[in-house]
Design a protein around this ligand. Structure first.
Ligand code: 13P
Length: 243
């Protein structure tokens, strides 16, 4: 079993069009290692422009998709529409669970819609600080994982990606210890069941060049989902180089 590392940059609601193009060009011009998948997730309005600026060997994705296929869903974008432009999509990010009130069940349906459209979903899970301090982190993350696994049915585990992003570590500078990240990623893998060994599981939350190597050295951490540090090409490339 060998799981290819994946370093994913979630640009969130950052970058002007020019910023996005400059970032894409800087990544395209870099010498990327052969043994790692690199992916960027610009704001959806820039995906088409970024696609034109981006080298073939860098994956491109959206930060969300609809659980629905088509129809009267104002403001939403269907996975099949995204598939015309890109090959991956993040679903269930904690910022969407928080700001758009996305439930575990909806996140599962979004992951299933992505897979049905031919996109690789990165489905995010993670607990709040309150939940962690109450000793409930595995219960909460376990339920989030169950909802995703149940919704996607018998899709081969190699076709989707999970990301463990503890909410308290996102954008706070308070990253999880590499031991905590390993322990939760191992728990998530065991929770997936038979396909567990084939699923790529990423860690995300205040990843920077200085701590990337420690996460990547963990047996069950197969890559990183990077927010703030993905907006600076030199930092993101240094994280890629840590693989
Ligand atoms: P930061 O790396 O800025 O903490 O963000 C992590 C994240 O939410 C990536 O999806």
């Amino acid at each position: 079993m060998s799981r290819r590392p994946l370093i994913a940059g979630n640009w969130k609601m950052n970058t002007t069009r020019n910023d996005a193009l400059a970032l894409a060009s800087a990544l395209t011009d870099a010498d990327l290692p052969q043994n790692v998948d690199v992916a960027v997730f610009p704001p959806s309005i820039w995906i088409e422009a970024v696609r034109r600026a981006l080298g073939q060997d860098i994956h491109l994705g959206a930060q969300d998709c609809s659980a629905e296929v088509k129809g009267a869903f104002t403001g939403q974008v269907a996975a099949v529409q995204l598939r015309e432009l890109c090959d991956m999509v993040i679903v269930g990010h904690s910022e969407r669970r928080r700001d758009a009130y996305e439930s575990d069940e909806l996140v599962g349906r979004k992951a299933a819609a992505a897979l049905a459209a031919g996109l690789t979903p990165i489905a995010c899970v993670g607990e709040s600080l309150e939940v962690r301090e109450a000793g409930e982190a595995e219960n909460v993350v376990g339920s989030q994982v169950d909802a995703i696994v149940q919704a996607i049915g018998d899709v081969p585990a190699s076709e989707f990606v999970l990301a463990y992003e503890p909410i308290w570590a996102i954008g706070t500078g308070r990253s999880a210890s590499s031991e905590d990240a390993q322990s939760m990623c191992a728990f998530i893998r065991s929770r997936i069941g038979a396909g567990g060994p084939d699923v790529r599981i990423l860690y995300g939350g205040s990843v920077v060049p200085d701590n990337a190597g420690a996460y990547l050295a963990q047996a069950d951490v197969d890559g990183l989902l990077v927010g703030g540090a993905s907006l600076k090409a030199d930092q993101f490339l240094a994280i890629v180089a840590a693989c």
